[in-house]
Every structure is written in structure tokens, then in C-alpha cells.
Ligand binder design. Structure first.
Ligand code: SF4
Length: 783
């Protein structure tokens, strides 16, 4: 934690920098790129029935898009407007009217014909709904009946058979906090959140490496750092305004380095709409791109460190910051031994990069006085995600890139609520303030005045699997209470997920819209509860950005869904119905009272109680965590973690497959075409050389398949590393097996190996059981 405070937004010079232009041709004419003006006009048209309200949301509210974080149109990094098409695209979720009755109450089989995009466009959930087993459509329900029915079931079952899940879509810290408290009040630790499928390994890895699981620095540190390195992150697509910060960084001479199996066009060059120079002529972003194998990052980082240790043999101090290591870091010799034990051939094979290329990055970082490492799901969504992230921390600790200006470790978040979800305790391993250890449990019990269950709660994937346990198993999932989320489209193996959802007695979907998971049958009943958006929540709400800014978003006047309620209010009402005799223990009169309590139970959040007005914000932890190299670990030192190379197991003739995002906000799809690659959502991105070897032409129907499942699409030539392919998420999820979790953080694996074949070959042979034979072979090879 640091004492230095963030200094607020800075100005960027307006003097043109033609050396950074993509082209002298204005607006990137003739290039494949997003059409920001056209997209903005489309949003205006979509919101034409409530433009004043939409405008108030944009100018007064805190963005419910990604976690870059902005209040109104102003952020804490740069002066000038902050707005992007992601925010504009999600705007309609907040302004649209309720679903029409005839649509809502039509036969479920008709609703089930709609995909999630069509369901989203139907409108908001207007009132509580129920669909009992055997019923073919939703029925209206009163709030009392709905909550009594849920409470009645909770009273009947073992608390271990009850679970909660919260997504990150617009949910506020207040709702996460109350949900976490209510879950424990009801006797369960089965509560998890959306970070389990995005950044849980970041939190776990940073916790063990430096003692705190959040970004150690600010976006301002990007601007003027020597090296800004993006590892498995397409920030330009997923946090679009980050390109403004990259632009400002380039102006200050920062080198931007990208490490990714796919050369993402958006990270090479971008037309930043809010910057006239960039909007006209584009901005070259990446200075260098390292095309690493999918899953090859650990080997790559070992290669960089091996070069550093070799350089040290030649000249002491030429690569390692020995003063920093001596004063602030544990485990130097163990790490050195581990790294040096790997030979170059192994590291080159695993990483897909040559010793020389690894040396280039090693040299660049060794020469640099500062660097910021930013990463995303390219590192985390592996069964070795925690080790991936600890390797990044190893690099930073060896070079002393921590706890000072222009240096730091930044897991960049994609969803506005996700940073706060764990910090508020909506997590099976965490309570407000810290982990679920004995000391913290007792401390929080002191505040809450009721016992917190001691048993370990389950992560979301295991909770889903628990639905398939025998009826009398103590952890057989019988009531799943979900605030948002669409597991059918976010978890691996959708067919398996559907079985799990169907096997739960009662599923509660507290949400603003329907999605495909809401429509799945259950054993007893599906209950749907209409939630408010963050802008409707009485007393406002807060959300925490990637850089730990806690922003206050006020309640904004506008049209309302009459029966929708604040999510925290629903949780409290439910808890009181389950345990009316202890109702006073779980009561909050308003949102301000929740913030008052958060400030006490989560000491980092002391300050949240003063957030009351539009624009109010504070940053927990100060400008830099680990300031001066002092880490919040037991001995105040960072830990170098020796990491094993993962066993990648890619048999001959197979490809590594990973996922990528297109025109979408998490699993919500906003366009069938990716504006940066011109790829359709069912295109499979492949290297042209690989396609030629398989005699596959561009646009040809192909199938990627493995033991988990198959994905039929069209070949799209793209600059993906040879031997690797990329599919869109979530469409490609059938290629990923269920029940494969990262050891420490429990994130599901979203990478695999697969075979690629022409569709005509695949389907012809499928008829003659060829595929089954091939899959048997695959099982032998993989197991
Ligand atoms: S970059 Fe993220 S925080 Fe900023 S406006 Fe876009 S979606 Fe919102």
C-alpha cells in the first residue's frame, strides 16, 4: 500500500505527431476498421425513445461497460472526453422498456428459438415470473410469492445445497457486499462471481507473489513508462478508451510491446475517435509483437529470465536490479536454478519463439528503467493461469518494476463490477477485508454479529457440477440463485452445462433481461426476478475500476420498470424471510448504510462512506501498491515463484486453439462481423501456411474437433501463429472440456488442442464412425 496519492488527470499536447500516423489518407479509408460515427448514430437511433435519459446516464453515471472506469465523461487519467462504442452499445440495456406481455408469456419453445441477442432485444424483465416443471410458459408472480417460495426452499435444504452467483454486468459494490453477507447469514459459503472465469488467477498469483491481488499502478503510469507490455490482452478492443492512454504514452516515447499468438489488428494501429489527429490519420500502437504459442508464455518468460541470468554472468548488474532484489525480494537463487535448468530447445519449442527473439525482449527490459505489465485472459484462462501471472510478477520483481511511478503489474479487467466483487466478499475464498482465514473470519463475525460457516465454499464450475450429485449428497445443488450470468454461453461444454442447470430443483435468475440460460428447464421451478440497473438503484451505488478507483454512480432520474428492485434490497428481503427471528442482523435501511458498513469491514474501502454525489471517487491503496518495494506480505518482501513449464501435449497434426473477442461486450454480441479482422463469428482464424498444408482455402467450411466436442466454421486466413487457431468466444466453447480447472484459482481452461479438417471430410467420415475412432486415438494420446 502506498502513501502517494493519484494526481488526477493530465493534459496531452495537441501538437500533431505525424510519425505516429498510420497513414496520410484520412479516416483510414480503404482499411478494415470500426466505423465509430456510424456506430454512434446507430446507438442514438436505438435510444431515440429515451434520449434525455440516455444522455443523463452518459453524463452523470459511472460506465457499466468495462472496468477501465469513468464517471460521466471524465476519467482520472487524461483531460478530455471519455466515451466508447462499448458503453454506447450497452446503453440500451438501461433505457429499453419492458418485454411486451404477449412475447413474455408465449410458449417457452418459441422463446427458446431466440438467441441471447434476440432475447436481449425483447426488453427488460417487467415483474417476477415462475415456470414450474411441466409448464410451457412463464407465469406472473407477486414479489411476496416469489420470495416466499425461494425462502421456503432454502429452509428445507442443507445450506451446502444452496449457492449464489453474481455476474459483473453493472452490479454495484453494495449488491456484492450484501449478497456475500446474506449468503453467510443463510449458512452457505457457496458464493462466487464472474471473476472466476476471467481474472481469479491474477488475484491468486499476485497474492502469493506480492501480497495483494489488484493492479499495483494506474493508467497514468502507462504514459511515459519506458515499456508498456500487453500480455494476452487486446485492450484496444475490450477497453477501447485505453487506446487514448496508449496514444499519450507513445507521445512520451513509451514502447508498446504485444505478446499474443494472434497479431490483433486493433493493437497494431487504431483510429481513436475522441482524438482528432488519431481519428483522421490513425495511431501506430505496437512497436513490436511477439507471437507466442498458445500456452507458451511461461517458456517465453523463462527464456527472457535465462537471458538475464546469462547477461549477469557476463556483467553483474546488466539485467537484474540487485538493490531491489536484495532489499525487497525472496527466492532469487531458487528461481535462478529453476530457470537455468531449462535448455533453449525446450523453451523455444514450448514458446514458439527463438532464443534470439526472447533475447530481444530481455535486452529491451534490461535497458529500461521502468515498465508496466498489463495482461488479460490470454494469460489467465489456462489450467496454469496462476503460474502464468506469477511469471509476470517474477519479471517485474527481478527488474524492480514495482511500487513507483511508471512501473507496475496490471490485470486489466473487462467488466465494470468485477474488481469489487471479490473485494466485497462475493467469493468462496474471500470475506470483506481479506481472505477467508480464521483471523479475518473472526474479525468480520465481530462486525456482522452472526457466525460465518467454516467450511470451504465451492467455485462456480464445481457448484454447477454439484447439480448432478446423488439426491442425498450433502452438496447436491438444489437451489441456485444467480444474479445475471449466462452459463450456457460462458462456461466450457454448453451441453454439459445445460444438463447441470436442468438438474437443479429451483433456479433463481435475478436479472434485467432474459438470456438462453433463463429458459432452461429445472426440476421444480425457474423463478425470474426483475432487477434494477445501477442507475435506478435508490441512493446510488459504487463500482471499482481496474486501477482501484471507487466511483460513485448516482441514482439517475428517468423511466423505471415498475416492479424492478435494487439487487441488495432483494437479497435482504429474502434473508429476512428465511430467518425472520434474526432480521435485524441483516437489515440495511439504504445504500448509504451499506457503504458505512463496507468502510468498517473492508478497511481498504475506508472512504467509500463519503461517496454521495456524482463524480465522487477515491482510490484505495494509493497511487502505487507496494510503494517503495514494500509488499503487504508477512515479511514485507515480494516472492519470486519458480514455475514449471506446463505440459502442453500437442500431438502431431493437432492445433492449439484459443478464443478471441469480436464486436461484443463479454458474452453479449453486438455485431456478427469483427470490425478489426472482418471475420464472422463462425470464422476460424488460421495461418495461411497451415491452411495450405491442409489444402484448405479461405472461406472453406472446416471443422475443429477434439475429445470435448466440435466446432464447424469457415477458414479465415489471419496472422495467427502457425500451429495455432483462434475461434470466437463463446461460440467456440464446445471445444473446451468441462471440469478442467486451474489448480489454485479454479478458472476453467479455455484452451485446448484440436484437429482441423475440411467439413466435407469430417462429416463424410463421421457417418462411418471415423470420428469416433479418431477420438479414441486422441484420448490415448492425451491421457
Ligand atoms: S473504455 Fe470501458 S469504461 Fe471507458 S467508456 Fe468504454 S466501456 Fe466504459
Amino acid at each position: 500500500m502506498g502513501k502517494t496519492k493519484h494526481t488526477g488527470p493530465m493534459k496531452v499536447s495537441k501538437k500533431p505527431r505525424p510519425d505516429l500516423w498510420v497513414s496520410k489518407v484520412p479516416f483510414g479509408l480503404g482499411k478494415i476498421k470500426p466505423h465509430h460515427i456510424r456506430d454512434t448514430l446507430k446507438v442514438v437511433w436505438e435510444n431515440k425513445d429515451s434520449l434525455p435519459y440516455a444522455t443523463r446516464i452518459l453524463t452523470q453515471g459511472v460506465c457499466d461497460g468495462c472496468a477501465l472506469g469513468v464517471s460521466g465523461l471524465k476519467d482520472q487519467t487524461l483531460k478530455g472526453p471519455h466515451l466508447c462504442t462499448t458503453r454506447l452499445n450497452v446503453l440500451r440495456l438501461n433505457t429499453m422498456p419492458a418485454i411486451k406481455e404477449d412475447m413474455l408469456h408465449q410458449p417457452i419453445s418459441e422463446l427458446q428459438k431466440l438467441d441471447s441477442t434476440a432475447l436481449r432485444k425483447l426488453g427488460r424483465i417487467p415483474y417476477p415470473l415462475i415456470r414450474e416443471k411441466g409448464e410451457d410458459r412463464f407465469r406472473r408472480l407477486s414479489w411476496d410469492d416469489a420470495l416466499d417460495r425461494i425462502a421456503g426452499k432454502i429452509k428445507q435444504i442443507d445450506p451446502k445445497q444452496l449457492a449464489f452467483y453474481l455476474t459483473s454486468r453493472g452490479i454495484t459494490n453494495e449488491s456484492y457486499y450484501v449478497a456475500g453477507k446474506v449468503a453467510r447469514f443463510l449458512g452457505t459459503n457457496n458464493i462466487d462471481n464472474a471473476s472466476r472465469i476471467c481474472h481469479s488467477p491474477s488475484k491468486t498469483a499476485l497474492g502469493r507473489s506480492i501480497g495483494v491481488g489488484a493492479s499495483t499502478c494506474n493508467y497514468k503510469d502507462w504514459i511515459g513508462t519506458d515499456v508498456l507490455l500487453f500480455w494476452g490482452s487486446v485492450a484496444a478492443n475490450n477497453q477501447p478508451v485505453s487506446t487514448k492512454y496508449m496514444y499519450a504514452a507513445k507521445r512520451k516515447g513509451t514502447k508498446i510491446i504485444i505478446i499474443n499468438p494472434h497479431v490483433e489488428p486493433a493493437m497494431e494501429e487504431y483510429w481513436i475517435p475522441s482524438n482528432i489527429e488519431s481519428a483522421l490519420f490513425g495511431t501506430k500502437l505496437a512497436d513490436d509483437i511477439y507471437q507466442v504459442n498458445i500456452g507458451g508464455d511461461i517458456a517465453f518468460m523463462h527464456g527472457v529470465m535465462k537471458h538475464w541470468f546469462d547477461m549477469e554472468e557476463e556483467e553483474h548488474g546488466s539485467a537484474i536490479d540487485h538493490d531491489f532484489v536484495r532489499e525487497h525480494v525472496n527466492g532469487y537463487e531458487d528461481l535462478r536454478e529453476k530457470v537455468m535448468a531449462y535448455d533453449w530447445e525446450t523453451l523455444e519449442k514450448s514458446s514458439g519463439l527463438s532464443k534470439e527473439r526472447m533475447g530481444e525482449l530481455a535486452q529491451l527490459l534490461a535497458r529500461s528503467k521502468s515498465a508496466v505489465f498489463v495482461w488479460s485472459m490470454g494469460l489467465t484462462q489456462h489450467r496454469f493461469g496462476t503460474d502464468n501471472v506469477s511469471q509476470v510478477a517474477n519479471l517485474a520483481l527481478l527488474r524492480g518494476f514495482l511500487g513507483r511511478e511508471h512501473c507496475g503489474l496490471m490485470p486489466i479487467r473487462g467488466h465494470s463490477g468485477v474488481q469489487g466483487s471479490g473485494e466485497m466478499g462475493a467469493d468462496p475464498f474471500v470475506l470483506p477485508g481479506s481472505d477467508m482465514d480464521e483471523e479475518n473470519r473472526k474479525r468480520v463475525e465481530g462486525h456482522w454479529k452472526f457466525p460465518i460457516p467454516k467450511w470451504q465454499g465451492d467455485i462456480v464450475g464445481v457448484t454447477l457440477e454439484n447439480a448432478l450429485l446423488p439426491e442425498d449428497h450433502e452438496r447436491k445443488l438444489k437451489l441456485y440463485y444467480m444474479s445475471g450470468g449466462n452459463f450456457l454461453e460462458t462456461m466450457p461444454n454448453p451441453d454439459f452445462v445445460k444438463q447441470c442447470l436442468e438438474a437443479v430443483d429451483i433456479r433463481v435468475h435475478q436479472d434485467i433481461i432474459l438470456n438462453t440460460s433463463t429458459l432452461v428447464d429445472s426440476k421444480e421451478a425457474v423463478i425470474v426476478l426483475p432487477a434494477m440497473t445501477r442507475y435506478e438503484q435508490p441512493g446510488g451505488g459504487t463500482s471499482t475500476s481496474t486501477e482501484r478507483m471507487v466511483y460513485f454512480s448516482p441514482e439517475i432520474k428517468g423511466p423505471r420498470i415498475e416492479e424492478a428492485r435494487a439487487e441488495w434490497d432483494i437479497y435482504i428481503d429474502l434473508a429476512k424471510r428465511v430467518k425472520p427471528e434474526q432480521a435485524e442482523l441483516i437489515d440495511f435501511p439504504d445504500a448509504a448504510a451499506i457503504r458505512e458498513e463496507i468502510a468498517k469491514t473492508a478497511p481498504n474501502y475506508d472512504g467509500i462512506q463519503y461517496l454521495k454525489e456524482k463524480g465522487d471517487v477515491f482510490q484505495w491503496g494509493g497511487a502505487w501498491l507496494c510503494e517503495g518495494g514494500i509488499c503487504p506480505t508477512e515479511d514485507g518482501r515480494g516472492n519470486l515463484i519458480p514455475v514449471e513449464l506446463p505440459e502442453l501435449r500437442k500431438p502431431e497434426g493437432h492445433f492449439y486453439v484459443t478464443t478471441r473477442r469480436g464486436k461484443q461486450f463479454n458474452s453479449m454480441i453486438y455485431g456478427e462481423k469483427d470490425p478489426f479482422t472482418n471475420a464472422d463469428r463462425y470464422d476460424i482464424l488460421m495461418n495461411e501456411i497451415d491452411c495450405k498444408e491442409l489444402d484448405i482455402s479461405e472461406g472453406e467450411a472446416i471443422v475443429a474437433y477434439n475429445k470435448a466436442g466440435s466446432f464447424t466454421g469457415r477458414a479465415k486466413f489471419s496472422n495467427v501463429k502457425e500451429g495455432n487457431i483462434a475461434v470466437f468466444w463463446p461460440e467456440g466453447n464446445p471445444l473446451f472440456a468441462e471440469s478442467v480447472y486451474e489448480t489454485y484459482a479454479g478458472i476453467p481452461e479455455y484452451n485446448a488442442t484440436c484437429i482441423v479438417e475440411k467439413a466435407e471430410t469430417y462429416y463424410a467420415h463421421k457417418d462411418t464412425k471415423y470420428v469416433e475412432k479418431r477420438i479414441d486415438e486422441l484420448e490415448v494420446e492425451l491421457n
